[in-house]
Design a protein around this ligand. Sequence first.
Ligand code: MN
Length: 254
Amino acid sequence: MRLLLTNDDGVYAPGLSALHAALAPLHEVIVVAPETEQSAVGHAITLADPIRVRRLGPRTGFDGWAVTGTPADCVKLAVSELLPQAPELVVSGINLGANVGVNLLYSGTVSAATEAAILGLPGVAFSLGTLKDPDFTYAARVAAHLVGLHPSLGMPSHVSLNVNVPALPAHKIKGIRFTRQSNARLVERFLRRSDPRGHIYYWQAGETMGTEGDLETDYPALRAGYVTVTPVRHDLTHEDMLAQLGVLGLDLPA
Ligand code: MN
């Protein structure tokens, strides 16, 4: 397959190298990834600034470009300008840290796969469930496995896949579960500090927390040691509320 690889941790991130190492022997792979870390930029695109591109040399081990933009910029620019032919699959990751629950909205990793879906291309995002001492080796094997299976999954257009791999030794991973998004979210903790001139500033930190137990959803299943695969759509319409409002009907102000 012709694959476009991207991420939100930046072109030098070890997760991207691991993904590339696992996929390049099997597929035709081009990397178009952000020049710098873009974690938690969500689906932002760059409009007020130019987007600069830098051809990646042989030293990086990649064929492709580094882009001074967001993950969504990378996918758009790759598809409309940089690649000679549209990719057959856009692969994003492997992110440092899980992307589960509400965090999908903040995630640049997931947004790259979503951007592919918006453009009518299949996309898949991979994340590793740890922020500390990551070992991407097995997650990269899972990625290569799922990318290989992708043609047989029958993905509808405008849908992408969000995959999380537990940060566990391979023999402790229990299997693959197809899941829904959970209610997990980043619970903020603002560190309040003072700069050298005495001005107060805040630094946002936090931890993903959610309700345990429901293995049909991503966060609990990941915590229980499963690889989670969630099909994701970008249409945010709440169908029930829309139907309810339709029955209600509203008039313009007099
Ligand atoms: Mn990231």
